[in-house]
Unconditional design. Sequence first.
Length: 393
Amino acid sequence: MQVLGFKKRSVRSVRLAGSGRQWPRVMTAVAAFMVVMGFMPGHASDASAGTIIGLNGVNASFYPNPFDPDGDGVTTGSEPSLINFGFNGFGFGLVEGLPVKNLVSRRDSQVSFGAARVQGNAFSAFMQAIAPQSFDVGTVITAQYTQNYGTSSDYTLNLNQQSGGPMLTQSGPGTPGTHPYQVTTLSSVVNNAIGFRVDQTMVTFANQGGTRYADFNEVMLLPDRLTPIPVVGAAGSAPATGSTFGTLAGLTDRSGGLGDQATLTGGWRVDNPASDRFMEIEFSQSEPLTGLVLSNWRDMTIIGLIKDDNGVAIASFTMTGGGNDGGEILPIHFDQPVVTQSLRIEFSGIGPIGFREVIPLRLAANVVIPEPAAAIFLATGLFLIVGRQRRAS
């Protein structure tokens, strides 16, 4: 076992009563059968193939993709989204180097696998997605890989609303040789969002002449206001033979790594793990886990069991390696927060284990400032209570 600053603690977690302990094994076996037999629902190049099943009284699901509400692909089926792109200012020869619909496919990998790209002769371009119907947004999560060619590809992301102008939501420097995952919690939920637009500086690549490129991996718009839970320690399987790529700290460092294996920075992967196939992360205190974002590698199929700090299984899930479509990036939602101080994922089957990135999330706190009238009402009530207590004494 590999350990990074991890101390196992016995902390009571809040949970609805569940059924027998054989249930997680049964559901994991069912999920494994679905993967092997190819029965994963909704699999297409721009549709998620992952599954999630809540266990022991916990209800778990994936946050819906507003750009694929019927689960049959972003630009196909009965509710297709509108995807477009263009230059900002002067330019010519603009083409779609990689499908721009990959922006919202919930897949992520290095460039050429799971990314969106426009290219041509210009200095700035935009990529845009419009959903078939309005939706709520409380959190924006993005992944952007910038190739290491010495030029920054900075961006801004604006929400498009049914009423009102564009809303600047997130920006990033596009630092060369990085693959950040950025989480932005909005000050309040936007109830009439219809899509978004990414405006990005185009950069040249080595040996590509005057052609410039703008690459972006993923944009996820989630309805709840969520904030990342700080991770203070991690543990995971040691390799039986061979090497470990990346580090345990890389599981939650918001860096997705610079390749299909975490050979440089970001992510954690063991290609030939020992028999105890697991990873575990620890929080500084008991936390109400509401969401969990998992991003896997493009060549890795995962059948996993999620457990709390008491060893109780709360969900069984699967993720597929999409080959050239990229690994999946899936946002899990727990209907009722699971209060726990650690999170353990046990991997079934054989082959490599690990993740490009893991992001545990809790609901963001709401700060309510009373209006003047409400403040006067509260002060008057407090005055009356104090007066009665004095008379009673």
